[in-house]
Design a protein around this ligand. Structure first.
Ligand code: ADP
Ligand code: MG
Length: 389
């Protein structure tokens, strides 16, 4: 599937600019096995890059002007690199302008380039098409102009670009897009950015994403509210336990002991965060031991926490996970990403994928009148150059 995307992007480039691209870059979306709403809370997460990608074709333009074409949107724009970069009204262009601005502000020097890109990452479903866009652009400019940028700095520059666009995201999405490895999940410490790979071996189970195909408008405001609620909770914890610097240092017992020192809402948020961080370590052990039934149970537990304590689920995602609990061939399922829509990551016993998909599709349509979208994903490599040999 990606070969066709690469061929089409290359052909579009040649048609647009009259020559073959000098560099082709592939930049993946990501899943997160467990550790949700944890990256901005400085805990552990367990993401992986996937085989859904944005393909970019680049050449130097040999002028001060850069032209960028988004094939999927049938839109293009030009930017003069000698002028000050400013936010535009056209949202997708801001991710690219943000990347250019971050590179310039951090002292990287480069000239005009032409770029064409196209993607098979569903947009806005929680698979981080935005991080793939940022990291692929930075990687392409780095390769084209021979800039020296470490992987981790590509991720950090991408995150800053996204902040500039207006989303106060954590580091997980960009980090996993850049550091992904085939068949490996990444246990990332979002506080120190230390990380280790674990085998993404789900044994007798397949990873399937059920996309609720909804995105409720609460997303942005509630995302920012959760950040504030967690900050409030952490400062109360720190007042009582000065040795604690981040949620990672905090035990569940310590949180429980402060239940009457914080509002009910703040307590629920921090209780979820501390338990979720512990679940990430348990999930790594389960994966290492090949205990996928335990991993699945942890996914169900995470979903319960996200739904009842963190309150970022919605009727559609709760419905999918409830069906998953009833279905014998499914060992685990949870909403993945920020919430209020997007996907449920689900582990289905091999051989039963099609029957579960069919059953869920018709139940979902009968209940909500919405088509369930389904993606099979493979754990794959991070942002890289595409070469034909
Ligand atoms: P996601 O969960 O997919 O990251 P976001 O809302 O964070 O959702 O980012 C999606 C935005 O990224 C889109 O609205 C668009 O501006 C940009 N984007 C992603 N993929 C593409 C693409 N193929 N072409 C143009 N813009 C894209
Ligand atoms: Mg995004």
């Amino acid at each position: 599937m990606n070969e066709i995307l690469i061929q089409n992007t290359t052909a579009f480039f040649e048609k647009s600019f009259g020559s073959a691209p000098q560099k082709i870059v592939l930049s993946p979306g990501r899943i997160n096995i467990i550790g949700e709403h944890i990256d901005y809370n400085d805990g552990y997460v367990l993401p992986a890059a996937i085989d859904k990608i944005i393909c970019f074709a680049f050449e130097k333009s040999n002028s001060k002007t850069s032209k960028i074409i988004a094939i999927d949107l049938n839109e293009e724009f030009e930017v003069d690199l000698t002028q000050e970069i400013q936010l535009s009204d056209v949202v997708w262009t801001n991710y690219i302008l943000g990347v250019i601005k971050q590179l310039q502000d951090n002292g990287f020097s480069f000239e005009g380039f032409n770029c064409v890109f196209s993607s098979n990452i569903p947009v806005g479903s929680g698979l981080s098409s935005s991080a793939a866009l940022e990291c692929g652009m930075i990687f392409g400019i780095k390769e084209l102009f021979g800039l020296k940028i470490e992987k981790v700095d590509i991720a950090l520059l991408g995150q800053k670009a996204e902040h500039w666009v207006g989303i106060n995201c954590g580091i997980m999405d960009q980090f996993s897009s850049v550091h992904g490895l085939e068949n490996k999940v990444i246990k990332l410490d979002c506080n120190t950015l230390e990380f280790e790979y674990h085998n993404a071996d789900f044994k007798d189970y397949s990873l399937v994403l059920f996309d609720s195909n909804v995105k409720h408008s609460l997303f942005t405001s509630e995302y920012n509210n959760r950040r504030l609620e967690c900050e409030e909770g952490l400062s109360i914890i720190k007042n009582h336990f000065p040795e604690i610097k981040t949620f990672r240092d905090c035990t569940e017992e310590q949180v429980l002991s402060l239940k009457d020192k914080m509002s009910e809402v703040v307590f629920k948020r921090v209780h979820f965060v501390v338990k979720e961080i512990l679940r990430v370590t348990e999930a790594c052990e389960a994966l290492d031991n090949g205990n996928i039934e335990l991993l699945g149970q942890l996914l169900f537990d995470t979903h319960d926490g996200l739904s009842k304590d963190y309150e970022v689920s919605c009727a559609e995602l709760d419905f999918i996970v409830e069906q998953a609990k009833k279905e014998e061939a499914v060992v685990g399922s949870r909403l993945m990403g920020g919430g209020f829509g997007g996907c449920a990551i689900t582990l289905i016993k091999k051989g039963y994928e099609n029957s579960v998909k069919e059953a869920f599709t018709s139940l979902y349509f009968d209940t909500f009148g919405i088509d369930l979208k389904i993606y099979d994903v493979k754990v794959s490599n991070g942002t890289s150059l595409y070469t034909t040999n």
